[in-house]
Design a protein around this ligand. Structure first.
Ligand code: 2P0
Length: 336
């Protein structure tokens, strides 16, 4: 009987969640506070539905430390970040139990496809559910943000804004601007290199802040960019969103390039894809590009343009794979 009860309890302390990566249209790069992982700028993103992270968390009184398995393999390099993220939920739950965490991505990890965003979003939702804490979504977003700035945005679906606030207790606020169905844009991801990136985002941000003469200008112009993008989304103005998104992307890469040593996340195919997207838009095709801390190019388009955009990008030499996505929902618990 006692054994049965403990077995039930063990089952009750497990949960599985899924989350999707998100792509920033107005980019986050730089930290206001490194220790607390507070971004230097706000950001605006779309959550994808075509790429998914699935994470199972099992708290267990018999464990003496947390363990983390990614894609079926131990991932010791991520262990500490995962444990720190779990600490936040444990603190809210008033427990010191350790957990076994298993996570799977159905897309390349750490290659500029925002796997840390979907990873930490799924982790906080699964841990919250496993310990039956029931934290509000805004608080889960705040906890995810402490582990990975972009993860806060994957707690929400559709078009999402992360804003900086003057409140030191809750320095960021995340909200959904539009639901996916309100403006169902499509995204073609041209994969040009599937390996992990050479310089991780956190390291790259700190280097940029320390050494780029343009970093301050980047921070100062971000509020205006956000307002412009927010307004374009609220009005459903594709051309305006295209202009501000490409501008924010190129400005972020300009700041990265101006670090010492300069951060070059692109390869030749990245540049060719950017050129192709620009030619298409000049031809009247409703599409724009964005590129993150990796060489993949994300082409965001109106649904009717998707097949043409995907076909054109697939034909660019150096594009090894093309992933398709629509806009998706925020992180959520799923039945085991
Ligand atoms: C973004 N990136 O807004 C930007 C654009 C990459 C380029 O957020 O240091 O993994 O863990 O808070 O969230 C990637 O950075 O960085 C990112 P940390 P994160 O999507």
């Amino acid at each position: 009987m006692a054994e049965c009860a403990s077995e039930m309890n063990r089952e009750a302390m497990a949960a599985t969640a899924i989350a999707h990566p998100n792509i920033a249209l107005v980019k986050y790069w730089g930290k206001r506070d490194v220790e607390r992982n507070i971004p230097a700028v706000g950001s605006l993103s779309i959550t994808l539905d075509g790429l998914t992270t699935t994470t199972r968390v099992q708290f267990d009184a018999e464990l003496s430390e947390d363990s983390f398995v990614l894609g079926g393999r131990e991932a010791p390099e991520m262990q500490q970040r995962v444990a720190r993220c779990l600490d936040c939920i444990r603190e809210r739950a008033g427990t010191s139990l350790h957990a076994r965490v298993e996570s799977w991505n159905d897309f390349p990890t750490a290659a500029g496809l925002a796997s840390s965003a979907s990873g930490f979003a799924a982790l906080v939702v699964a841990a919250d559910q496993a310990l039956a804490v029931g934290l509000p979504r805004a608080e889960l977003a705040d906890l995810a943000r402490r582990s990975s700035g972009s993860a806060a945005r994957s707690l929400f679906g559709g078009f999402v804004e992360l804003r900086l606030t003057p409140d030191d207790e809750r320095p960021t606020e995340v909200r959904r601007i539009l639901e996916p169905a309100q403006w169902p844009l499509r995204v073609a991801v041209a994969v040009t290199e599937a390996g992990p990136k050479a310089v991780g985002s956190t390291e790259g941000m700190l280097l940029t802040e320390r050494t780029s003469p343009y970093f301050q200008a980047w921070v100062e112009s971000s509020e205006g960019d956000l307002a412009e993008a927010r307004s374009a989304v609220e009005r459903g103005d594709f051309e305006a969103l295209a202009e501000i998104s490409e501008s924010s992307c190129l400005k972020m890469h300009a700041v990265m390039l101006s670090a010492r040593p300069g951060l070059v996340y692109w390869n030749g195919a990245t540049v060719e894809c950017i050129r192709r997207v620009r030619e298409l838009r000049a031809d009247g095709v409703p599409v724009f590009f964005t590129v993150d801390a990796g060489p993949q190019v994300k082409a965001v388009c109106l649904p009717e343009a998707f097949d043409r955009v995907a076909g054109e990008l697939q034909a660019v030499p150096g594009v090894t794979n093309l992933l398709e996505s629509g806009l998706g929902e925020g992180a959520r618990a799923v039945n085991p």
